[in-house]
Design a protein around this ligand. Structure first.
Ligand code: UDP
Length: 462
């Protein structure tokens, strides 16, 4: 590994970075990982964040934190309506964030210092005009795959040609501009309102940062990165997987593990456990969870199953309501937890498969540990990632998504028992080695390039 903490020379200005993540776990965690890596390169780090889902400063003693008002109501917060929260934030946060940044700049100015660069999550597209107004250099950080970001361009193009929105969200036709995807894989489908998606996409595409950082690996997405490079006349920095690079310096997650599932895994044979976690945003009806429980038990495989507290009102009561034989099966073969230390779980030798919603962080974490996946995407970029996993990288099983016990039993056995699963597992292990090589190869070079780029904005040296 070549990422070494740099030591500041005396009397040198430490370049100040302000990083701005949205308050969602899948966005916040990679931003904090990026912050950890940039801190190790000698930058001073400030995290500007909403009050809602704020990170705990005591977990990050090296960073400064600047909370800003988000104006979310208690009803919105408890509703867990991601789309509604996102749209409220992009209206409510503009003025509070601007005032917070102005105040921070004034504080630095008194010390004869300034912000070298703002790094913000592209989800907060309103920050583009804000940084221009404040004359601050800015870089966008994209927490989805490069291919997913490319689909925004493709969707905008298809819309101008009159192809979108499409009525047929199941179309298997290949997308002419991006043939690795079918129409049904585009992130526009699975949303309640495709027009909102197209509107927010056009805002995202209108922003003009100085550079874009991706949490990805060049070798995984070289074709999409090349296409993006042609579309954008700015530097693209594919620096991933961030959780692997950041792990060299710190072990971070905004949520901490409470349930001890690792000791349960320790007592299971090699590659015998299916890890089941379908994301921190999708929610479930109890009858779907019951089908999952029945299907998992019928498959006769061991399983570690994360059921997020917000996906079912009372997990214990629901478990109690299962029929006696299923309950017995869950106790014999399963371990049900509210939260698991996912990277550690995927790295555990007892884990032989992952049933996932294919969020980008989960996708990268699984690829890095060589664990094949049952792909069950719901919306947004998850569909794109599922297609990459199953069709391009060939480490995932595309699944029909019907929460029915016999279907679940079949797919679990396909991955965990059948020859088909063995082939995917072999390919996953090859890919794991390729990704790990990139840590000291392309991703390391991209990180060095990013550091130089930021320093060239500031004019100061580390
Ligand atoms: N995660 C975890 N433990 C759990 C469930 C999720 O650590 O029990 C982490 C997971 O490792 C990943 C993140 O939460 O880093 C989920 O991000 P992802 O992009 O996969 O999905 P999202 O939840 O944003 O849809």
């Amino acid at each position: 590994m070549t990422h070494k903490p740099l030591t500041m020379m005396e009397n040198q200005n430490v370049p100040h970075l302000v990083l701005i993540p949205p308050p969602f776990h899948g966005h916040m965690t990679p931003m904090l990982q990026l912050a950890t890596i940039l801190h190790s390169k000698g930058f001073s780090i400030t995290i500007a964040h909403t009050h809602f889902n704020s990170p705990n400063p005591s977990n990050y003693p090296n960073f400064n934190f600047l909370p800003f008002f988000d104006g979310l109501s208690d009803t919105q917060i408890t509703s867990k309506n991601f789309i509604d929260i996102a749209s409220t934030l992009s209206t409510n946060c503009v003025t509070p964030l601007k005032e917070t940044l102005i105040h921070h700049m004034a504080k630095l100015e008194k010390l004869d210092e300034k912000i070298a660069c703002i790094i913000y999550d592209g989800f907060f597209h309103f920050i583009d005009s804000l940084t221009k107004e404040l004359k601050l250099p800015s870089i966008v950080f994209r927490t989805t795959s490069a291919t997913n970001f490319l689909t925004y361009h493709v969707c905008a193009h298809l819309q101008t040609k009159g192809y979108l929105p499409l009525q047929d969200s199941k179309s298997l036709d290949l997308v002419p501009e991006l043939e690795l995807l079918r129409f049904k894989d585009l992130p526009i489908f699975g949303l309640t309102n495709p027009h909102d998606f197209l509107h927010s996409t056009s805002k995202t595409l209108s922003i003009t940062p100085l550079a874009v950082i991706f949490n990805t690996v060049d070798g995984l997405e070289d074709s999409s990165l090349n296409d993006l490079q042609h579309l954008y006349n700015v530097n693209l920095f594919p620096i991933g997987p961030l959780h692997m690079i950041a792990n060299e310096f710190d072990n971070i997650s905004i949520l901490r593990e409470k349930d001890n599932c690792i000791s349960w895994l320790n007592n299971k044979p090699r590659k015998s456990v299916l890890y089941v976690s379908l994301g921190s945003i999708a929610s479930w009806e109890e009858k779907e969870l019951t089908e999952m429980a029945c299907g998992l038990v019928k498959s006769r495989q061991n399983f570690l199953w994360v059921i997020r507290p917000e996906t079912v009102t009372d997990v214990s009561a629901w478990l109690e309501s299962l029929s006696e034989d299923v309950k017995l099966g869950v106790v014999e073969r399963g371990c049900v937890v509210k939260w698991a230390p996912q990277s550690e779980v995927l790295a555990h030798e007892a884990v032989g498969g992952f049933w996932s919603h294919c969020g980008w962080n989960s996708t990268l974490e699984s690829l890095c540990e060589g664990v094949p996946i049952i792909c069950q995407p719901y919306f947004g970029d998850q569909r794109v990632n599922a297609r990459l996993l199953s069709h391009v990288w060939k480490v995932g099983l595309e699944w029909c998504n019907v929460m029915e016990r016999n279907e679940i039993e079949k797919v679990v056995r396909r991955l965990m028992v059948n020859q088909e699963g063995e082939v995917l597992r072999k390919r996953a292990i090859e890919l794991k080695h390729e990704i790990r090589l990139s840590l000291s190869g392309s991703s390391c070079d991209a990180l060095d390039g990013l550091v130089k780029f930021i320093l060239s904005l500031e004019g100061s040296k580390l």
